[in-house]
Design a protein around this ligand. Structure first.
Ligand code: ZN
Length: 438
């Protein structure tokens, strides 16, 4: 199996890091230093190209532009995007066939998908160029943090070994990236010693992970009194809460550089070495639309020609800041990224509570906590412990939950052997099954 796995790693590298990748990376490292005017010029040039393509090759936009009496010449600058309406996931579902530029659809295209709270999966095509562009954008982020291809451990949602495998190794070496790919699914109290042993033996410099997998790994290191320092840690794909960040950074004596993206690839936000979150202005065109939940990220592709999305509502929200960053970047800064499709718990009083991460705070011996509501007035807390969770810990957990939800809530604490991951291996902290009946 190993040679086949290795081969896969090299094929992926050749596909995602070809000559186009290198050219994109060069360009992106230049535009990282552009001022606002030059960035806007770059966006305008790229926008005109994609609009021209949409008009002639994408049936959905051809019909839309004709209905609005618009031609490619109607779009000279980013501001002209206001001439067309915003679209969202339901637009994509309803117009799927018409949104694909079929002449650009080929064997090198890939599909990304989202499931979302509605349970209707949506597929998004990405072409070879846009995948290489995306990869170059992520590499720029890594390089800005000082990682030019260091030895790394990746602990995310990919299937590395079969789910039913019960004994180590739960990892494989990918020589193409000098990377130890570890399974996020098998990281449990029982398997923790073997993970720690393998990681210490490998001596990685950087860690690529979800916040939830890094947090769990950090807890295992802490409980086993083992120490390890990374040069840097890169997180993405899940919300990174301040207390989780602080715990991981303290345990591994390392800085976290967080990245925000989405399956649709219409907006990216990266944390710079000064610690600020910057909208990647040369990745796409991002509008911030004021709503009661915060500013919604609305993005326009500049590089995906097989299924271009124009003014796509991400249903992700940020709080924006109008400040300059000490790193010198002209990219806009956001103060906080509010995750998508927040789960919530409904109290007997009818309040919706979506922030639950402070409930387990300060309670020892807890590794993972998941809040699950199936009935009104009742809350099940699934907990993964280190085996030393006491009756007193349980009482504190229940008390905290009552204090932060409602004193009338019936709380059931269930110790479990593992908490199954959601789509793409992401940790889901709140599951609300009431949604189905509401
Ligand atoms: Zn900065």
């Amino acid at each position: 199996m190993a040679p086949f796995f290795e081969l896969q790693g090299w094929v992926k590298k050749v596909y995602r890091q070809g000559p186009i990748f290198s050219e994109y990376l060069r360009r992106l490292e230049r535009s990282a230093n552009y001022g606002p005017d030059r960035l806007r010029r770059l966006q305008n040039i790229q926008l005109k190209k994609i609009i021209h393509h949409c008009y002639f090759n994408v049936p959905y936009y051809r019909d839309l532009f004709r209905a609005l009496k618009l031609t490619p010449q109607s779009f000279q600058t980013v501001d002209d995007l206001q001439k067309i309406p915003m679209m969202d996931k339901s637009t994509v579902i309803d117009n799927y066939e018409k949104l694909v530029a079929w002449k650009r659809k080929n064997i090198l295209c890939r599909v990304g998908s989202t499931s979302g709270s509605t349970g209707r999966p949506t597929a998004f095509f990405r072409d070879y160029e846009s995948i290489n562009f995306e990869n170059a954008s992520v590499w720029r982020h890594w390089r800005q943090a000082g990682d030019f291809g260091k030895k790394r451990v990746t602990l995310r949602g990919e299937i590395i070994v079969p789910a039913k495998q019960a004994s180590p190794p739960f990892w494989k070496y990918n020589s193409a990236n000098r990377e130890l790919l570890m399974s996020g699914y098998h990281l449990s109290p029982d398997n923790a010693p073997s993970y720690i042993h393998a990681l210490l033996a490998f001596e990685p410099k950087v860690l690529y992970c979800y916040p939830s997998t890094a947090y769990l790994l950090a807890k295992f290191f802490k409980y086993s009194a083992k120490q390890y320092c990374f040069d840097s840690i890169f997180t993405s794909s899940e919300s990174l809460e301040p207390d989780i960040r602080a715990f991981i950074e303290e345990t591994f004596e390392s800085r976290i550089y967080d990245w925000y993206g989405q399956a649709e690839r219409v907006a990216a936000i990266a944390q710079c070495p000064s610690g600020q979150y910057h909208i990647q202005e040369d990745y796409s065109i991002v509008e911030l639309i004021k709503t009661s939940c915060g500013d919604e990220l609305v993005g326009t592709h500049l590089y995906n020609f097989v299924m271009p999305l124009l003014r796509y509502r991400t249903n992700d929200y940020v709080t924006s800041l109008s400040e300059n960053c000490s790193c010198g970047s002209a990219f806009r800064i956001v103060a906080k990224i509010l995750g998508r499709n927040y789960g919530y718990i409904l109290t007997p009083e009818g309040y919706r509570i979506s922030i639950m991460n402070h409930i387990p705070r300060g309670i020892d011996n807890l590794l993972e906590t998941q809040f699950c509501q199936e009935k009104q007035g009742e809350l099940i807390i699934n907990i993964l412990t280190n085996g030393k969770f006491s009756e007193q810990d349980r009482k504190r957990l229940v008390q905290n939950t009552l204090a932060h939800t409602s004193p009338r809530m019936r709380v059931i604490v269930k110790e479990v052997d593992g908490i199954p991951r959601g789509p793409n291996g992401k940790f889901v902290s709140i599951i609300n099954k009431l949604e189905a009946v509401n």
